[in-house]
Design a protein around this ligand. Structure first.
Ligand SMILES: Nc1ncnc2c1ncn2[C@@H]1O[C@H](COP(=O)(O)OP(=O)(O)OP(=O)(O)O)[C@@H](O)[C@H]1O
Ligand SMILES: [Mg+2]
Length: 243
């Protein structure tokens, strides 16, 4: 199996001297194309740090991050930024939509930054919104959308442009359980189409959508396990039983 994301002995220390905080401690993790990994752990354990380093938003202090076979350390800043825009979809803990842009503009901005014509980008953005049941909200600004809708826009933004690595930090945080499930289903669908996803969640029920759950404590992976049978596998086994 091809690893889409590989962390090799990655450590991250914030600050220096007596104030230094070791946020990640020699983390090794490999996520294959098509695989969905959930990350769980207490507050302050390093989950967001793991994601920002995997997404090349921050640099590791030591260790290596490899995305689609390319070690990040060998890239210039510009090449890293390009790789980020083209290959990595990021859903932030607080959604991070731009307030001055409409829903569809939030989605198309990274595509246009990457040189796509506005008209073409808009069509892709509208398709993504339609898929998420938000076609009629395309020209609505974030502050006129509910929390669940904003979250779906953030997910659409992360998924457009055939990005192959999806990193989501508590993407279901502010959502009711029904909307939370549909967000996980969307990520699952992206994985079925060949993406790799790493999703931070504190909700074991939602983590059960993943192929694998990784537990983090004090900056280190302390356990990695198969999740309990999730909605998908229950459906699958129901199908078997019906034969
Ligand atoms: N920019 C920063 N500067 C200094 N320390 C930081 C910084 N970012 C994170 N930390 C510290 O690194 C550790 C890990 O933080 P991180 O945000 O990754 O945890 P988390 O597991 O995502 O927590 P939460 O569940 O609350 O989101 C914490 O001790 C945090 O205080
Ligand atoms: Mg966090």
């Amino acid at each position: 199996m091809t690893a889409l994301l590989e962390l090799r002995a990655v450590s991250k220390t914030y600050g220096a001297g007596p104030a230094a905080v070791c946020a990640l401690d020699t983390v090794t993790l490999s996520v294959a194309a098509g695989e969905m990994v959930a990350v769980m752990g207490p507050s302050g354990s390093g989950k967001s740090t793991l994601l920002t380093i995997a997404g090349s938003l921050e640099e590791a202090t030591t260790g290596e991050v490899i995305i689609e076979g390319t070690p990040l350390s060998g890239l210039s800043r510009n090449d890293r930024a390009r790789l980020r825009r083209r290959h990595i979809g990021y859903v932030f803990q607080d959604f991070n939509l731009l307030a001055g842009l409409t829903a569809v503009e939030n989605i198309t901005m990274p595509l246009e930054l990457d040189g796509m014509k506005a008209k073409h980008a808009r069509r892709i953005g509208l398709d993504a919104l339609t898929e998420l049941g938000l076609a009629d909200r395309a020209d609505t600004f974030p502050d006129e959308l509910s929390g669940g809708m904003r979250q779906r826009v953030a997910i659409a933004r992360a998924l457009v442009g055939n990005r192959r690595l999806l990193l989501a930090d508590e993407p279901t945080g502010a959502l009711d359980s029904h909307t939370g499930e549909s967000v996980m289903r969307l990520i699952r669908t992206a994985c079925r189409a060949g993406a790799a996803a790493v999703v931070v969640t504190h909700d074991a029920q939602l983590a059960s959508w993943a192929d694998r759950v990784v537990f983090v404590r004090d900056g280190a992976i302390i356990d990695s396990t198969e999740p309990l049978p999730g909605p998908e596998s229950l459906l699958a086994s129901g199908g078997e039983a019906g034969r």
